[in-house]
Design a protein around this ligand. Structure first.
Ligand code: ZN
Length: 198
């Protein structure tokens, strides 16, 4: 590593902290950045900084947004009595792309994982339960079909059951361990339509 300038080494190190970026990819990205025009690098760093500084959680569904209330929560044409629970904003985007879901969402920002020490208090679960004080007809649990996703689904359904609100789980047509964001729209729709009541 001492073959490079210390600035490049630092850049490689920072990039390698990003998810999915190993040492080799970090090096490749760093050298790519070195060959970019200075103005383009400035645009990149500005957009990273602006996104991080200006994006916040929607105060209702906790998705990432730049407003107090996200466009979905503030849309009167959506059915606010049907809440789909997803693990992250990318999963929300995947369902939105199908254009077929008319309800609203709740973004947990993670899943329960005893192995990683992530408990119910580490995700936006209390916030979901608070939302259920209002009139809600159905909660559709659309967490991933990974072990963590299933654990979370089970936990949520047990919490909600006593309230009498209908709880359903998207169909298991979603491949096991599959991240929702990588699944095509047809599969997502089928999973949504084939949901089963818990
Ligand atoms: Zn929202």
């Amino acid at each position: 590593m001492e073959y490079y300038s210390s600035h490049i080494n630092k850049l490689i190190e920072q990039l390698s902290h990003l998810p999915g970026i190993g040492a080799k990819s970090a090096q490749r990205l760093a050298f790519h950045i070195m060959n970019m025009p200075v103005e383009q690098v400035a645009q990149l760093t500005d957009s990273i900084k602006n996104a991080r500084e200006n994006v916040r959680y929607c105060k209702c569904c906790y998705t990432l947004t730049d407003r107090e209330l996200c466009p979905i929560c503030s849309n009167p044409n959506r059915d606010h009595g049907v809440i789909m629970v997803v693990e992250n904003t990318r999963d929300l985007a995947a369902y939105e792309k199908t254009g077929k879901f008319e309800g609203v969402y709740h973004v947990l920002h993670g899943a329960i994982s005893p192995m990683l020490g992530i408990g119910p208090d580490d995700i936006k679960l209390k916030e979901l339960m608070q939302r259920l004080q209002q009139e809600v007809k159905e909660v559709i649990i659309a967490t991933n079909s990974s072990l963590e996703g299933e654990t979370t689904a089970m936990y949520i359904s047990k919490l909600i059951k006593p309230t009498g609100i209908k709880v359903s789980r998207i169909a298991s047509g979603v491949p096991v361990g599959g991240d929702l964001e990588y699944i095509d729209e047809v599969t997502l729709l089928r999973a949504l339509e084939g949901r089963v009541e818990l």
